[in-house]
Design a protein around this ligand. Structure first.
Ligand code: SAJ
Length: 413
């Protein structure tokens, strides 16, 4: 296959838009596709609909230069990349409707010689399913499960591994796993990624690449669960968990992560379930880790309840709503869940402090008031530290007297 000169990116969210933009900045024509008309319009104006440092300037440039054009329907291109959501449904089963819809939308414009790359975090076997859906829609073309290396359309799975807040840097610097359904697909995909990736492009098969992405996030989840479980044990045994971890981490082969109010974000709390769903009898530690981390918000709520006992209508200040430090992303945040549950539990008057937002998310508008840090610290009887934002680390905690402080992030000590 000749060099890839055009790419259709299906899905212009947190991964699709930055990736499309970086590829366009290398002089490759990119057709961005999203089913949301307002997203398409925003991008075609050279603006963005997501929050990610420095992305707005780069989008503005590539749209102005004509290298990135958005639309609601796919255009023919040399390569198709799919970066759509893969949520779960029911009892944590992966929901592939968006991948299937993406397959149906690109099928009519596929031609012999095309490469299709799936980037969405997916259960093992999804790339093969994608090939099946494409073959069903295009019986006139051949795909790897039918014709192997000779297939007219090749498929690869290449997971994104970027950290929100650092996406543009990590897209270029991180190593990439490139999993082809055939060796030819892996080679073609690696050539495309090498146009913008400075890290290594590591070739493998599609199933291993799918599992690698799930494994990375499950590894982190299990390690956070270990820290969270230690925090419960230390509460019972009256030991400061942060001092314990700091000391244990002096061992040359021990590196324990930090406990918190639970695990948030769109990946780490979701992806391990894809492994559990495909190997339920074997994935015992992975399932338990999910349960330990999902149990942490309820534990924090119970601690607040304990601190409120005997107080009439206490003022409870929840510090931080984001899912982790120094970002403004409140989606899938354990801090939002805790704040909601405190308000619903009618334990007291609930104040929230989140320096990174100017208004509360929809689910907190009833029963919670957004206030500044100083006002919250002045009025509160109970302070619940939920996120380790820099602003909260700067508070002189030792001078705060007469308030119950529940510190889920180890800021105070
Ligand atoms: N957390 C803790 N304790 C810790 C570390 C994290 O409680 O010691 C919590 C955070 O507060 C947060 C959650 O875990 O609520 C997740 O935060 P994170 O920084 O671990 O990860 P994400 O969700 O921002 O991004 C992850 C990254 N994966 C890994 O580090 C293995 C990123 O590289 C992936 O690209 C991303 O998931 C993704 O899209 O899959």
């Amino acid at each position: 296959m000749a060099n890839i000169r055009s790419v259709s990116m299906i899905g212009l969210g947190y991964i699709g838009l930055p990736t499309a933009t970086v590829i366009a900045s290398k002089g490759i024509k990119v057709f961005g596709v999203d089913v949301r008309q307002h997203v398409v319009d925003t991008i075609n104006r050279g603006q963005i609909h997501i929050i990610e440092p420095d992305l707005d300037q780069l989008v503005h440039r590539v749209v102005n230069d004509g290298y990135l054009v958005a639309s609601t329907t796919p255009q023919p291109a040399d390569a198709f990349m799919i970066a759509v959501p893969t949520p779960f449904k029911g009892d944590h089963e992966p929901d592939l409707v968006y991948v299937e819809a993406a397959a149906k939308s690109i099928a009519p414009v596929l031609t012999a010689g095309n490469l299709v790359i799936l980037e969405s975090t997916s259960p093992v076997g999804t790339t093969e399913k994608l090939a099946g859906w494409l073959a069903e829609a295009r019986p006139d073309l051949t795909f790897p499960h039918q014709a192997g290396e000779d297939a007219q359309v090749q498929l690869a799975y290449c997971p994104e591994r970027v950290l929100p807040g650092h996406i543009l840097r990590e897209l270029v610097a991180n190593d990439r796993i490139v999993g082809g359904m055939t060796a030819r697909a892996a080679e073609q995909a690696a050539r495309l990624y090498r146009t913008f990736v400075e890290g290594e492009c590591l070739k493998t098969d599609a199933r291993t690449a799918e599992m690698a992405k799930l494994t990375e996030n499950a590894f982190r989840d299990v390690n956070i669960a270990f820290a969270n479980e230690l925090s419960l044990i230390c509460d019972r045994l009256k030991i400061n968990v942060w001092e314990l971890i700091r000391l244990a981490n002096h061992h040359p082969r021990v590196n324990i992560l930090q406990p918190g109010p639970g695990v948030g974000g769109h990946c780490i709390a979701v992806d391990p379930w894809f492994i559990v769903d495909s190997a339920p009898d074997e994935a015992r530690i992975i399932r338990t880790a999910r349960e330990v981390n999902d149990g942490k918000p309820g534990y924090v709520v119970d601690k607040v309840r304990g601190a409120a006992r005997g107080k009439t209508n206490p003022v409870i200040a929840c510090l931080g709503l984001a899912f982790k430090a120094n970002i403004d992303d409140l989606r899938e945040s354990p801090s939002v869940e805790i704040t909601r549950r405190l308000a619903d539990g009618k334990i007291g008057i609930v104040l929230a402090v989140e320096p990174h937002v100017s208004e509360l998310p929809e689910e907190l508008r009833d029963g919670v008031e957004l206030v500044a840090l100083e006002a919250a610290l002045e009025q509160a009887d109970i302070v619940v530290l939920l996120v380790d934002h820099e602003q909260f680390k700067r508070v002189s905690w030792s001078s705060i007297k007469g308030k119950a402080i529940i510190d889920t992030r180890g800021i105070v000590n």
